[in-house]
Design a protein around this ligand. Structure first.
Ligand code: NCD
Length: 319
């Protein structure tokens, strides 16, 4: 592999991965560049990196398919030992606190703990309690999902060539989406423009304070976008009544092939998954790999997580 891990490590010196809001453009690019090399090498670990004595545990207090399995897969690619705290079958059910759970996992020798939690800020607390483990945020409430932001940026760069002048529309339930926030921080730092689009109840004008444009008109968003990132309606996080009905939402905001045909400027449709087919995205768009990268994003997620773990673990003791 072209880039020595030690060289990239000088561009990335974080102990924890909590959110992209305070990351620099350089740090984001360090992960994307190494991920490109990992992908090109057929998802093989960076040369000269031996992490066989290290261990990663996933601790997901909310459901997950992609994030949990790809962290486990990435750790295995790197030769690490893996564990999974099955929350439902764990002592969390007996009332064990998050702090004691983190300290227990650490005492078991896990170097990396990937935490997903319904409470925004839970990984930040875990990072304060952890004595030497690296805490990685696998999604905290409506706040951030940094590795999704990184893999989405990776996919956009690969598909479009770069971020300068790139216009990205993020469509859907922005209010409850940690993916929207992590995408926004990454994209603004990389030089792209972001338009949030959705109904006023799920995409209020106040979000403009974050640095994106806000529109409630899908036609307007599609008419400027090179890339559309489609988000799921987060029914589990909303109070009732924020949208009149899923049918109505589909009529106003679904990404359909008819709509895309009117906007040939849109080159890429993305979705972090899980999709509600027939609600925010039509099956014929979702299944068209020429325009939609939903499964490619999953593969890219592996490369990005291999790169991130390599960077996190290549500097500390034991390496
Ligand atoms: C997202 C999540 O859990 O934040 N999914 C993912 O990690 N790929 C998005 C979602 O739940 O809609």
């Amino acid at each position: 592999m072209a880039t020595a891990v030690g060289e990239l490590r000088t561009r990335f010196a974080r102990r924890h991965v909590l959110g992209l809001e305070d990351w620099t453009r350089e740090e984001i690019l360090a992960v994307l560049d190494l991920a490109s090399e990992v992908k090109r090498a057929g998802l093989r670990p960076p040369e000269g990196l031996n992490l066989s004595g290290r261990a990663l545990c996933t601790a997901f207090f909310e459901p997950s398919t992609r994030t949990r399995l790809s962290f486990e897969g990435a750790a295995k690619i790197l030769g690490m030992r893996t564990g999974d705290l099955s929350v439902e079958a764990s002592s969390v059910k007996k009332g064990e606190s998050l702090k004691d759970t983190i300290l227990t996992l650490e005492a078991m020798g896990f170097d990396v703990i990937v935490l997903r939690h319904r409470s925004a800020g839970a990984p930040h607390l875990a990072a304060r309690w952890a004595r030497k483990a690296h805490i990685v945020n696998g999604g905290d409430g409506c706040h951030e999902h940094p590795t999704q932001g990184l893999l989405d940026a990776f996919t956009m760069r690969e598909r479009t060539g770069g971020f300068e002048g790139l216009k990205v529309a993020i469509v859907g339930d922005i209010l409850h989406s940690r993916v929207a926030r992590s995408n926004l921080w990454a994209l603004l730092k990389l030089g792209a423009e972001v338009v949030f689009c959705g109904p006023p109840t799920l995409c209020p004008k106040s979000l403009e304070a974050l640095g994106a444009k806000v529109t409630h008109s899908l036609e307007e968003a599609l008419s400027v976008a090179d890339v559309v990132n489609v988000l799921r309606i987060q029914r589990e996080r909303q109070q009732a009544g924020l949208i009149p009905s899923l049918k109505e939402y589909h009529r106003e905001y679904a990404i359909t092939s008819r709509r895309l045909a009117r906007h040939p400027n849109v080159k890429l449709v993305m979705h972090p998954g899980p999709m509600n087919r027939g609600v925010e995205i039509d099956p014929e768009v979702a299944d068209d790999e020429r325009i939609c990268s939903v499964t490619e994003q999953v593969t890219n997620g592996l490369a990005v997580r291999v790169a991130l773990l390599a960077l996190l673990l290549s500097g500390g003791e034991g390496e």
